[in-house]
Design a protein around this ligand. Sequence first.
Ligand SMILES: [Zn+2]
Length: 215
Amino acid sequence: MLAERQRQQVVDLCVALSRRGYLAGTGGNVALRIDAEQVAVTPSATDYLTMNAADVCVVRLSDLSLIDGERDPSVETGLHAQLLRRRPDVGCSIHTHQPVASACTLLGKALNVTDPQARRVIGSRVPLIGYMPSGTGLLASMVGRAIRPDINAYLMRNHGVLCCSANIDSAVAAVETLESQAHSWLCQGMSAEARIHPERAAILQRVQTALGDLS
Ligand SMILES: [Zn+2]
């Protein structure tokens, strides 16, 4: 089997992300660069907890043709390819529907990152990419236009997030950092709202408690 090590790494990564609640069922997908031409990507519509290395697809980055694998590559392969082509420094790209950051995508705003440690991991700002339907070339091109060399996390409106970094560990750190930043950002917004509208304070407090249970 071609690129067996990288395919197994994709499996292990998906299991780890699923266990942390970042990939639900078949939602979300990942891409791992094998070399300048080849990428290992998750297959379409496969349960990540039962997937094995042979299920992972190897595709050519330039034209997304399937080099090895019996399954169809993820419908978001084009989205990952846009990122990997524009960011040769990126080895691992992760798309999730992680709960708190995905909730932030409904608010229609970019997220400013103020924490210095978080800025080192994901950059100073998490841009919001406009809505396009999942798995379409339109979404992939819109993501491509948003990619910046110093930004490792992106919100996709009404959908989920895209995180990336040089390797698997640092890409997972970007996913986790984005989730915790999104959590603080939402809590700060709710505290400000409660100061302006004290009559909403009780319900906002309950939402903050529920958010705390997610993290
Ligand atoms: Zn998605």
